[in-house]
Ligand binder design. Structure first.
Ligand code: SF4
Ligand code: SF4
Length: 273
């Protein structure tokens, strides 16, 4: 299997899998039955030996608990990261009133995350069928996220989809701490590690915030006041707001106001620096 075949298989899956469309039995309102959750994904590839993975073990980045590709899969050769942009319907619906999370976005966040896991399982199975080994750390029993570690770091995981996306050439961080890709920031990210050799993607940037113009639009969009130009995003404030949405929109939750109605929503914004 090569990169083009991986992309083609994935596009077919995104277009045909029922899980990428809201089921009529789960739709929050009947009109959302059949709504598409994600557009086709964007792929990035990195060598499992890329020294940037080692940098993630620094305490100032993630920490010693970050597990290298080789630690997840002995003999790892390639890390594959994919950005799954939300569909126009999901994104457009959440551009309005920042105090109200749209039903479409709530579906994207919850049923969408279920689809991310399903897609990971599908792609791993196709690579394994082709005679290689493959796993997604986020689905592995060794994966964990602590809400707060002993150094006070919030949501510290032993695998970070956003940092991995950066290493795989998909894009850079934005002020709101999402990844800005060629298809914007509004979407979800997944990854897998395999011993299948695939050519790494060139990183077209050198700075971790290169694609962010620091325009401050996400600061104004955040209903919780969690983002500022001076401090970036304060995870604790965002997390508390998500807890509030979990009560309000039970059994779903979500926000995404910093990813919608902003210049980096669906593209890399024009650079001002
Ligand atoms: S809205 Fe502006 S400041 Fe915020 S992440 Fe996007 S480009 Fe950066
Ligand atoms: S997800 Fe919502 S609360 Fe969290 S930083 Fe973005 S806009 Fe603010």
């Amino acid at each position: 299997m090569n990169k083009e075949e991986i992309e083609k298989l994935s596009y077919d899956f995104f277009n045909k899998s029922h899980s990428n469309f809201v089921d009529e039995n789960e739709a929050i309102v009947p009109e959302l039955s059949g709504m598409r959750l994600f557009d086709n994904p964007l792929f990035g590839f990195a060598s499992s030996k890329d020294e940037e993975f080692w940098n993630l073990k620094n305490q100032s980045v993630i920490g010693e608990h970050f597990m290298l590709p080789e630690e997840w899969l002995t003999g790892a050769v390639t890390v594959v990261s994919f950005f799954m942009p939300f569909s126009e319907e999901v994104i457009k619906s959440n551009r309005g009133n920042k105090e109200v999370i749209s039903n479409q976005w709530l579906h994207g966040r919850i049923e969408g995350q279920r689809f991310v896991a399903e897609f990971c399982r599908y792609l791993n199975s196709k690579i394994i069928e082709d005679g290689f080994r493959s796993l997604s750390p986020s689905l592995d029993k060794r994966f964990y996220t602590t809400k707060e570690d002993d150094k006070g770091h919030l949501f510290s995981s032993n695998w970070s989809e956003r940092h991995v996306a950066f290493i795989c050439g998909l894009g850079t961080f934005g002020l709101s701490k999402g990844i800005i890709t060629e298809k914007g920031m509004a979407g979800r990210i997944g990854s897998l590690i395999t011993d299948m050799p695939l050519e790494p993607t060139e990183r077209k940037y050198s700075d971790i915030y290169q694609y962010c113009t620091m325009c401050g639009a996400c600061v104004k969009r955040c209903p919780a006041g969690a983002i500022s130009l001076e401090k970036g995003k304060i995870h604790r404030i965002c997390s508390d707001f998500l807890d509030y949405t979990a009560e309000k929109y039970k059994p779903r939750y979500g926000c995404g106001k910093c990813q919608t109605g902003v210049p980096c929503e669906r593209r890399i914004p024009l650079q001002r620096r």
